[in-house]
Ligand binder design. Structure first.
Ligand code: C2E
Ligand code: MG
Ligand code: MG
Ligand code: MG
Length: 292
């Protein structure tokens, strides 16, 4: 939500904000060191095919393992990293680590799932972005079909005219892109026509009201219908209840992610989940107990 708030709201300095401002300053200093000290790690959240319950993809999500604060979530440090100009180095680390993980999983004989990597607006907008992705893929011999990029609408908006050129270059590499958090930014249907865009991710804010909210039902059904007509696949995020699962499955949504199926997991937990005996996620079950 911070992403969209940042653009839409005026912010006034209040005493309430002071604590978070000094926390930000502290985070800034520590964030500079975190890359050097290798304090980042990736966790992976499965994405299941609604029709079959099979795990077809995982989304890489970055975590900062702070020496005394413990785990810091991206919603807290990514905005700071963006304002410090450190986000591109983090994105690069994420891309390299995800590609190395794909290679390691392949060598371990794990079934080939798609791995989705989130890209920040800054990263996506930089001229060196496509080259960096291409290099990371070559270094680890990652076939383009195995890697997917998630880019938010707001990131595409910020890029303006260059968005199409970058998408064309990604498409030429054989990569597919998902429009992340669809419907929460300045939604433009034009993004859905861009080369390389193959998936639309329905934001959790629309999923959480299903199936009770008639507004959310209408919005989600419209998104699904539009995606179908455009030949895009759909992924619903933040599925937490069986009722949400049922609704989305019946409505023809292609894939789903959410705590109902699995929390984000370590790479080795993903390997266990993907072992031949447990290829199918029992969607009626909460698979993994909450971490806290
Ligand atoms: P996102 O890409 O939309 O990722 C989905 C977020 O929703 C993740 O939070 C995930 O843990 C959380 N989530 C998944 N299922 C559920 C659910 O059922 N209920 C609820 N309440 N939440 C759920 P996380 O990992 O904290 O990431 C937040 C955002 O930070 C991501 O949103 C993405 O925009 C950004 N982010 C995460 N990792 C990276 C990264 O490596 N690079 C960049 N540039 N951004 C990242
Ligand atoms: Mg994402
Ligand atoms: Mg998302
Ligand atoms: Mg989201």
């Amino acid at each position: 939500a911070a992403k969209t708030e940042e653009r839409n709201t005026l912010r006034f300095y209040t005493p309430m904000m002071h604590a978070s401002t000094s926390r930000r300053l502290l985070l800034a200093t520590e964030l500079r060191q975190a890359l050097v000290r290798e304090e980042f790690r990736l966790v992976y959240q499965p994405s299941i095919e609604m029709r079959t319950g099979r795990i077809v993809a995982v989304e890489a999500l970055v975590r900062w393992q702070h020496p005394d604060r413990g785990e810091v979530l991206p919603s807290e440090f990514i905005p700071v990293a963006e304002s410090l100009g450190l986000i591109r180095r983090i994105d690069e680390w994420v891309m390299q680590t995800a590609c190395a993980q794909i290679e390691a999983w392949d060598l371990a004989g794990m079934p080939p799932v798609r791995v989705a990597v989130n890209v920040s607006a800054r990263g996506f907008g930089h001229t060196a972005f496509v080259d960096g992705v291409s290099r990371a893929m070559q270094q680890r011999r990652v076939p383009p079909g195995r890697l997917m990029l998630e880019i938010t609408e707001s990131a595409m908006l910020r890029m303006g005219d260059d968005t199409e050129r970058t998408m064309r270059a990604l498409h030429a590499l054989g990569l597919e892109v998902a429009v992340d958090d669809f419907g929460t930014g300045y939604s433009s249907m034009a993004y859905l026509k861009l080369p390389a865009v193959a998936y639309l991710k329905i934001d959790r804010s629309f999923v959480s009201g299903l199936p009770e909210s008639t507004d959310d039902v209408a919005i989600v059904e419209a998104m699904l219908a539009m995606s179908r007509s455009l030949g895009l696949k759909t992924i619903a995020e933040g599925i937490e209840t069986e009722a949400q699962h049922e609704f989305l499955m019946r409505a023809g949504c292609n894939e789903g992610q959410g705590y109902l199926y699995s929390y984000p997991l370590t790479a080795s937990a993903i390997e266990k989940l993907m072992s031949p005996r447990s290829l199918r996620v029992p969607t009626k079950l909460r698979l993994v107990p909450p971490k806290r």
